[in-house]
Design a protein around this ligand. Structure first.
Ligand SMILES: Cc1cc2nc3c(=O)[nH]c(=O)nc-3n(C[C@H](O)[C@H](O)[C@H](O)COP(=O)(O)OP(=O)(O)OC[C@H]3O[C@@H](n4cnc5c(N)ncnc54)[C@H](O)[C@@H]3O)c2cc1C
Ligand code: FES
Length: 282
């Protein structure tokens, strides 16, 4: 959405909550639409990895990852309750209003990756931004070679987007591997950190001509990056999203700066090579 010279870039548009779906503990998906159909029509195209600023009246704003571009006149955010804004969002009921501005950020350059293998590695709610990329890649399946998905969660109850996981596990065009740190609730699948899936018998990670997408908590990120580098991945072929405390979301306030980069406009998607150059200690 490119604001015209007269448009106030900080002015969010009114959104209406349609329904709420429980994902895992403290994480819900909020389906919503813009109150004004013209705002909805203008909010149709975004890249996987882009985000929007979500406003809760009288509380504040926070960045949330956008799902794949909507085909219908509605969209959603998946949000973990962690602080004041996300708690206020979790308290809303269908019909309640909040506000949204965006889309912002660079997103994953999926066109650049055409013809390559894609390896997705997600831990916990790191699947929120990666789910958009996976759905995009599957929608344009013929443009990519092998697609491998490695997902880790603390326990089986912490595995998100279960309908998608079931679909990806069954899909002929995808290799999908799941693991949990602790087996509970009759789990009979793999147990171990997500990186242990790379060494599971029968698993052969595509390394050559491959882009690896990694999103998850910092400790998982560190170990997975080490595993990928040990396997022969180059830092420029590993991509992730950086989380920073944001205010404006449009490169004006400087809250999200790391080194010379603004996470809100230069990111949030960076290669691991860029992350290292920025001096980011993940
Ligand atoms: C690009 C991007 C996309 C995101 N997408 C999602 C998403 O799709 N779903 C989702 O659930 N979350 C997402 N997040 C994370 C989310 O924006 C944050 O968790 C946000 O801070 C929540 O706002 P809050 O007011 O509820 O919590 P806050 O009140 O902001 O508190 C959240 C945590 O941040 C800490 N904190 C507060 N202020 C600061 C500060 N100034 N500096 C450092 N730490 C601070 C708090 O102590 C607390 O631990 C995304 C973040 C980014 C940058
Ligand atoms: S959030 Fe204001 S410059 Fe990035």
């Amino acid at each position: 959405m490119n604001p015209s010279a007269t448009e106030n870039i900080y002015l969010p548009k009114i959104a209406v909550l349609d329904r709420v779906v429980d994902e895992i503990v403290e994480v819900k998906t909020f389906h919503w639409h813009f109150e004004d159909p013209a705002d909805q029509a203008a909010f149709k195209k975004f890249r996987p990895g882009q985000f929007a600023q979500v406003s809760l009246f009288g509380v504040g704003e926070f960045p949330a990852s956008l799902p794949p571009s909507p085909t219908e006149d509605a969209t959603f955010f998946t949000v973990k309750k962690v602080g004041s804004c996300t708690t206020a969002l979790h308290a809303l009921q269908p019909g309640d209003k909040f506000a949204v501005r965006g889309p912002y950020g660079n997103g994953f350059p999926m066109e650049e990756y055409e013809g390559k293998n894609l390896v997705f590695v997600a831990g916990g709610i790191g699947l929120i931004p990666l789910r958009s990329c996976i759905i995009y890649a599957l929608k344009h399946r013929e443009k990519y070679n092998r697609i491998q998905i490695f997902l880790g969660a603390k326990t089986p109850r912490d595995l998100m987007y279960r309908d998608n996981l079931r679909e990806w596990e069954k899909s002929a065009g995808v290799e999908c591997y799941l693991t949990v740190d602790r087996a509970t609730d009759g789990w009979t699948g793999h147990v171990g950190v997500v990186g242990s899936l790379f060494k599971k018998p029968g698993v052969e990670v595509a390394v050559d001509n491959t882009i690896a997408f990694v999103c998850g908590p910092p400790v998982m990120f560190r170990f997975v990056i080490k595993d990928l580098l040990d396997m022969g991945f180059q830092a420029r072929n590993i991509v992730s999203t950086l989380e920073r405390y944001m205010k404006c979301g449009v490169g004006k306030c400087g809250h999200c700066c790391i080194g010379v980069a603004y996470v809100c406009t230069d990111g949030p998607v960076f290669t691991y090579e860029q992350i290292r150059k920025l001096g980011e200690d993940i």
